[in-house]
Design a protein around this ligand. Structure first.
Ligand code: GSH
Length: 321
C-alpha cells in the first residue's frame, strides 16, 4: 500500500498493483516547461531525495551543466513514512525547506494544486516566483535544463546534441521499462509469474547494453548524454540495493565485463560520484518499503569499489569538461 492525494485529501492505503500482481507506475501530472525568456538564475528550485534515482538524474544534470549557482536544491529525509517525504534538517545531509518552510513535501503539492490527485514524488522542479510546481517528471526536467538552462544560466555543455537527439530519446525509451522502471517492477511484483517476466526482461536488457558498451564509451556512442545519466542512477544503486532488496539477483553489475567499468567511468566523472550518497540510498530503500523489507535492517555490504581504475578512456570520447 502507498500514500497519495485524492482530490487534495491524503490517503495511506492506495494499492499500486493490478490484478495480475504487476506494479503500475502512475503518470506524473505537473508537466510544464520553462522557456528561455523565464530561465533566470535564482528563480527555480529542486526538491530532491538523494536516495531517489529519478531525482538523482536532475542533480547530475544540474552539476554537468554548471547550474549549481542558478538552481537551488533542498534534500528530504531518506526515510519516508505514511506522511510522505519530510524535511528533517537535523539529519545528516538533509536540509530544511529553504523556499517555503514546509515540513512535508506534500505541502508543496497542495500549494501548487489544492485539489491535487496523485503521488507526492521527487524530483519537484519549483518556480519561486509563481509559487508552483513546474514539473515533477525527471526526464522532462533533465531536458528542460539541457535545452534551456545550460545556455541561459549554465556552462553551455550540451547533453543532447542536435544530431544525436533521436538517438538519445531512443535509448531513454529503450532503457526505461526494462531497466529504470524494471528494477521497481521486479521488486514490487506480487506474484511469481509477474516477477519471472520482469526480471527476465531486466537481465536481457542488461546483457544487451553490456554488449553495446564493449566498443563504445557511452550509450549513444562517443558523447556522454542524458541517456548515460538515466542509466547511471539505476546502475549505481543496483549491487547495493536492487540486487538484494528488489531480488534483481541473477547477476551483480560488478560481474559484467562492460557495464561495470562503464559505471566506474561515470562515477569518476564530474557530477556523478559527488551526487551519489550511498548512505541515503541504502537507508531509504531498506527502511521505507515494509512490504519488501519488513525488518527495516540496512545490510552492511557489498561496497563495490566505484573508485577503482577503469580503461574506458581508451575508447573514443571524453566526458564534458
Ligand atoms: N516519474 C517520476 C518518478 C519519480 C518517483 O517515483 N520518485 C519516487 C522516489 S524514487 C517517489 O518520490 N515516490 C514517492 C511516491 O510515489 O509516493 C520521475 O521520473 O520523476
Amino acid at each position: 500500500m502507498v500514500n497519495q492525494f485524492v482530490d487534495g485529501e491524503w490517503v495511506t492505503d492506495y494499492d499500486p498493483t493490478n490484478e495480475e500482481g504487476e506494479f503500475e507506475r502512475q503518470p506524473t501530472t505537473f508537466r510544464d516547461r520553462v522557456g528561455s525568456e523565464d530561465a533566470e538564475a535564482g528563480r527555480y528550485h529542486l526538491y530532491v531525495s538523494y536516495a531517489c534515482p529519478w531525482a538523482h538524474r536532475t542533480l547530475v544534470t544540474r552539476q554537468l551543466l554548471g547550474l549549481e549557482d542558478s538552481i537551488t536544491v533542498d534534500v528530504v529525509d531518506p526515510y519516508r513514512d505514511d506522511d510522505g517525504w519530510q524535511f528533517t534538517p537535523e539529519k545528516d545531509k538533509c536540509t530544511p525547506d529553504t523556499v517555503n518552510g514546509f515540513d512535508y513535501l506534500r505541502e508543496a503539492y497542495v500549494e501548487a494544486d489544492p485539489e491535487y490527485t496523485g503521488r507526492v514524488s521527487v524530483p519537484v522542479f519549483w518556480d519561486k516566483q509563481e509559487d508552483t510546481i513546474v514539473n515533477n517528471e525527471s526526464r522532462e526536467i533533465m531536458r528542460n535544463l539541457t535545452d534551456v538552462f545550460a545556455d541561459e544560466v549554465g556552462n553551455g555543455v550540451d547533453l543532447v546534441p542536435d544530431e544525436l537527439r533521436d538517438d538519445v530519446d531512443e535509448v531513454l525509451d529503450a532503457i526505461y521499462e526494462p531497466i529504470n522502471n524494471g528494477v521497481y517492477r521486479t521488486g514490487f511484483a506480487e506474484k511469481q509469474a509477474a516477477y519471472d517476466e520482469v526480471v527476465t526482461e531486466l537481465f536481457d536488457a542488461l546483457d544487451h547494453w553490456d554488449s553495446v558498451l564493449a566498443d563504445q564509451r557511452y550509450l549513444v556512442g562517443d558523447r556522454l548524454t542524458e541517456a548515460d545519466i538515466a542509466m547511471y542512477t539505476t546502475l549505481v544503486r543496483f549491487d547495493e540495493v536492487y540486487h538484494t532488496h528488489f531480488m534483481c539477483n541473477h547477476q551483480f553489475i560488478r560481474e559484467y565485463d562492460n557495464l561495470w567499468p562503464y559505471l566506474r567511468d561515470l562515477y569518476q566523472t564530474r557530477g556523478f560520484g559527488e551526487t551519489t550518497h550511498m548512505d541515503h540510498i541504502k537507508e531509504h530503500y531498506y527502511t521505507t518499503h515494509p512490504d519488501v523489507s519488513p525488518k527495516r535492517i540496512v545490510p552492511m555490504g557489498p561496497d563495490p569499489d566505484f573508485e577503482a581504475d577503469h580503461d574506458r578512456d581508451s575508447l573514443a570520447g571524453e566526458p564534458p569538461v
